[in-house]
Design a protein around this ligand. Structure first.
Ligand code: PMP
Length: 372
C-alpha cells in the first residue's frame, strides 16, 4: 500500500490554488532589492491608518477567542450595506463563503453548478471537491457575459449559478438590472451567487451592485471582500449577503472562529475609514485610465475594465505574453500571466499607486520598443 492510497481518489488529482508569485521569491530568484507587485489586485495604498491603530490596540486581546458569529462585525456590515443582520455571514475571505455555499446547497453526484468559462478557480475547486458537476458555458465575444447561455445551462438540478460582476480576469461588468433579470429567469431551485469582489471599482458602484436592490429577488447571494478596496487581503475577511434561511444553515456548519479577533476589529475599522477608501478608489480610477491609455499607445490590446486591474494582450509577435511576463519579472515587476485561466496570450496587471504604475509603464515601453 502507498501512503497516499489513504487519500480519496478524486482528491489525488487536485493541484493547489495558483496564487501570484510572492515578492520574496522574486527578490531571491533575481537578486533584486526592490520588487513591485501588481499581480493580486491588492490595495495600491496599503493598509488604512485607522486599521493599523486599531490592530495595535487589539494585540493585547489575542489570547481570547473572538465572539462566535462575530456579532459586532455583522451588525456593522448590515448597517453599512443597508441589509438585515440575519442576512449577513462573515467569512475567512469570501473564499470561505463560496466553500460553505457549495457544501450546504449541493448534493454530491446529484446537483450541478453553473459558471462561465473561464471563471474564478475557487468555484471550480470547491465544486469538484464536493463531487458536483460543473457546467461552464463560454463567455461571449470579448469576454462579454452571454446571460441567456448561463440561464440555458441550468436545469431542475442546478443548485448554484456563479456570476462574477465585474469579472475576473477581464474586468467586464454588466449593470445590476441585467443581473436581476437573470435571477428571475432561473429554475426554482437555483440560487444566483453574484461575486462582487471588485464592484466598488465599477464606477458607479450603485449601478452595478445588487445590494442597493436587495429584496428584489429571493434567490440571490451577494459576495463581497475586504481584500481589495478595504486593503485587508492578508487578514482574510469577506462576507455573503443572502436570504436569512440560507444564512442560518451556513452558520450551523461553519467552523466557529474562522473570522479571527484581529480580522473582526480591522473590518469594523475599515468600514469606518471612508477617507482611506475614497483615496484608494480615486487612485485606482486615475491609474486605470492612465494605464489603459498608455498600454493602448504602446500597441497593446487593452480590454475595458470596471475592476482594479486591466487585462491586455501585448503587441506580439515581437514580445508575446509569456515573454513580457518573464522579462518584467527579471526587472522586479510581478504581474499575472493568465495561462492558468486558459488564456496564454493575455496578461493581467493590477492598478498600482502612481509610482508603481510609472515603473510598470516604463518597463513595458522599453520591452515593446527594444524587444524582450
Ligand atoms: N472572488 C473573486 C472573483 C476574486 O478574484 C477573489 C480574489 N482573488 C475572491 C473572490 C476571493 O477573495 P477573498 O480574498 O475575500 O477570499
Amino acid at each position: 500500500m502507498q501512503p497516499t492510497d489513504r487519500i480519496r481518489e478524486d482528491v489525488r488529482e487536485f493541484t493547489p490554488y495558483a496564487p501570484g508569485l510572492s515578492m520574496e521569491e522574486i527578490k531571491e530568484r533575481y537578486g533584486l532589492a526592490r520588487v513591485v507587485k501588481l499581480a493580486s489586485n491588492e490595495n495600491p495604498l496599503g493598509a488604512s491608518p485607522l486599521v493599523k491603530r486599531v490592530l495595535a490596540r487589539k494585540a493585547d486581546m489575542v489570547f481570547r477567542y473572538p465572539r462566535a458569529g462575530n456579532p459586532a462585525l455583522v451588525a456593522a456590515l448590515a448597517e453599512a450595506h443597508g441589509v438585515p443582520r440575519g442576512c449577513v455571514v462573515a467569512g475567512n475571505g469570501s473564499d470561505e463563503i463560496i466553500d460553505l455555499l457549495v457544501r450546504v446547497t449541493c448534493r454530491p453526484g446529484v446537483d450541478n453548478v453553473v459558471a462561465f468559462a473561464p471563471c474564478f478557480s475557487i468555484y471550480v475547486q470547491q465544486t469538484k471537491l464536493c463531487g458536483v458537476e460543473l457546467r461552464q458555458p463560454p463567455l461571449g465575444p470579448d469576454f462579454a457575459f452571454d446571460l441567456p447561455a448561463l440561464a440555458g445551462a441550468c436545469d431542475a438540478k442546478t443548485a448554484l449559478v456563479f456570476l462574477t460582476n465585474p469579472d475576473n480576469p477581464s474586468g467586464y461588468a454588466v449593470p445590476a438590472d441585467q443581473v436581476v433579470a437573470l435571477a428571475k429567469s432561473l429554475p426554482p431551485r437555483a440560487l444566483l451567487v453574484v461575486d462582487e469582489a471588485y464592484v466598488e471599482f465599477a464606477d458607479p458602484e450603485a449601478d452595478h451592485s445588487m445590494l442597493p436592490r436587495w429584496g428584489q429577488c429571493d434567490n440571490v447571494v451577494v459576495l463581497r471582500t475586504f481584500s481589495k478596496l478595504y486593503g485587508l487581503a492578508g487578514l482574510r475577511l469577506g462576507l455573503g449577503v443572502m436570504p436569512e434561511w440560507l444564512a442560518d444553515y451556513l452558520l450551523r456548519v461553519r467552523l466557529p472562529f474562522s473570522v479571527n479577533l484581529l480580522a473582526e476589529a480591522a473590518g469594523i475599522a475599515a468600514l469606518e475609514d471612508t477617507p482611506f477608501r475614497q483615496a484608494s478608489l480615486e487612485t485606482v480610477l486615475r491609474g486605470r485610465r492612465l494605464l489603459a491609455e498608455k498600454l493602448t499607445g504602446l500597441g497593446c490590446r487593452v480590454y475595458p475594465s470596471k475592476a482594479n486591474f486591466l487585462m491586455f494582450a501585448p503587441p506580439s509577435p515581437q514580445c508575446g505574453a509569456a515573454d513580457v511576463f518573464k522579462a518584467l519579472l527579471g526587472r522586479g515587476i510581478i504581474i499575472r500571466a493568465l495561462k492558468s485561466y486558459g488564456l496564454p496570450e493575455l496578461l493581467r496587471v493590477s492598478i498600482g499607486n502612481d509610482e508603481e504604475n510609472d515603473l510598470f509603464l516604463a518597463a513595458m515601453k522599453d520591452l515593446v520598443e527594444n524587444g524582450c
